[in-house]
Design a protein around this ligand. Structure first.
Ligand code: ZN
Length: 58
């Protein structure tokens, strides 16, 4: 009889809930911004993580 300690430690989606959402870096500060529902319509045009970065870019 062998005791197999073959437990599966990997729990998919435990800490990676955001994995399914797209993300890209802010062109101003480089911070990764994760897709927001508010950006659903213009995600392709989103370049800055916040209005602050947008203001600094100008
Ligand atoms: Zn930014």
């Amino acid at each position: 009889m062998g005791q197999e300690g073959r437990l599966t430690p990997a729990v998919p989606g435990f800490r990676g809930n955001k994995a399914g959402l797209p993300s890209k870096p802010c062109v101003q500060c480089g911070r990764t911004m994760t897709w927001r529902r508010a950006w659903a319509k213009n995600w392709a045009d989103v370049k800055y993580c916040s209005d602050r970065c947008r203001a600094q870019a100008r």
